[in-house]
Design a protein around this ligand. Structure first.
Ligand SMILES: Nc1ncnc2c1ncn2[C@@H]1O[C@H](COP(=O)(O)OP(=O)(O)OP(=O)(O)O)[C@@H](O)[C@H]1O
Length: 365
């Protein structure tokens, strides 16, 4: 009997996951898919979990700011990219953020865009897929395990209009968009019932009446010899001029500016094939409006930081697909190789734990 207790205490405890479910993400199927696909697979993998349904915007963010993180081996978002954006920012707003951001985080795609899930699916070697096949691949990866470090990008946005607040900083894992991409993202909200097809319809509508915006885009190419020093060292405050050395500035009419740090902008949109989770780069695509629509000029470059100054009075700007105040914005990648400023999240966990536990049980039996 004593021997039995002693042996059990040596066994690793089952993994504990906090599942955060947005019941309204995508076509509103997240809870249904939990019952039919996700929970059976998690139970089968002998993982214990607590499931919380988010009740409103920023619910997850507030929760993550307060919870005791050591109780959890990982936080899994059962939703789209917007809820992951909340969770990452909740982790970074904690006083213990340096430790907190090391908490493994996973995503089980139930949203409409599912960009990060698309990137994970791609780098796991699976063919591009959507909806339940994508969810099943991600469930399988979650159960099988493996974690990867990932860069975050620190974005400074303008304060809300008529507010005297200071510029706001948010952390981004996916994208900053201005013009065509953010217009489609926000305007297609009204077709949410269509799932990912909402972006196709939104794109067709926007192409039919293509807009361009005046603006100034400055970026710091990765080849510049910048010193590796602390946070946001590449950028002066938003209201101060950029250094002239090393920076490249373009001014004119833009159809779109898209900064992406994952390979996918949606599960079926392989927009930056060269991007890797921890390449320390922002993949910047911009399309300039030419004399006619036939002369649109698309450029793709990589950089470590950029500043965008919209000069047209109205427009939409998004960070990870979420609307932010329209106005000057700047961003810089925070690379996981910085020693004290190591910023990374882990995607998908536990294979070695499950193997260890299984082996230990077999030995015990
Ligand atoms: N219970 C809720 N009610 C309303 N909004 C919520 C709720 N829970 C989370 N949200 C907010 O809903 C927004 C969209 O969520 P999410 O990104 O997860 O789904 P999605 O937009 O369908 O997917 P994707 O981002 O992949 O297109 C997020 O800004 C999130 O903060």
């Amino acid at each position: 009997m004593v021997g039995c207790k002693f042996s059990r205490s040596l066994l690793p405890r089952p993994r504990r996951l906090l599942l955060l479910v947005n019941p309204f993400s995508g076509r509103g199927q997240a809870m249904q898919w939990c019952q039919t696909h996700i929970l059976p697979m998690i139970r089968e993998a002998n993982i214990s979990y607590n499931l919380i349904q988010t009740e409103r915007q920023n619910h997850a963010r507030e929760l993550i700011r307060q919870i005791s993180l050591p109780e959890w081996d990982g936080i899994v978002i059962v939703s789209g990219d917007g809820l992951l954006h909340e969770v990452i920012n909740g982790l970074m707003e904690r006083p213990d953020w340096e430790q907190a951001i090391k908490t493994p985080v996973g995503i089980l795609p139930c949203g409409s865009g599912n960009a990060l899930a698309g990137s994970v699916n791609h780098y796991a070697g699976y063919d591009m897929c959507l909806r339940e096949p994508l969810l099943l691949n991600c469930c399988f990866l979650l159960s099988r395990g493996g974690v990867r470090p990932m860069d975050l990008v620190s974005v400074t946005t303008s304060p809300a209009p008529n507010s005297h607040a200071a510029p706001r900083r948010v952390f981004s894992f996916l994208s900053v968009a201005w013009g065509f991409v953010s217009d489609v993202d926000i305007e297609s909200e009204r077709y949410r019932g269509l799932g990912s097809a909402r972006f196709t319809l939104g794109t067709l509508v926007r192409i039919a009446s293509l807009r361009s915006y005046k603006g100034r885009l400055s970026y710091l190419p990765p080849t510049s010899h910048t010193p590796q020093t602390p946070v946001n060292h590449l950028l002066p405050p938003l209201d101060q001029p950029l250094p002239t050395q090393d920076w490249v500035t373009i001014e004119g009419d833009f159809v779109l500016v898209l900064a992406l740090y994952q390979s996918h902008l949606g599960a079926d949109l392989h927009a930056a094939p060269q991007a890797r989770f921890d390449d320390g780069l922002i993949h910047l695509t911009f399309v300039r409006a030419g004399i006619s629509r036939a002369t649109l000029l698309r450029l793709h470059i990589t950089c470590r930081a950029f500043r965008l100054q919209p000069l047209s009075p109205r427009g939409t700007l998004t960070v990870d697909g979420e609307l932010v105040p329209y106005g000057p914005l700047q961003a810089q990648v925070r690379v996981q190789t910085f020693s004290i400023y190591v910023i990374f999240i882990y995607l998908f966990i536990f294979s070695h734990w499950m193997i260890t536990e299984y082996t230990a049980r077999q030995v015990y039996l």
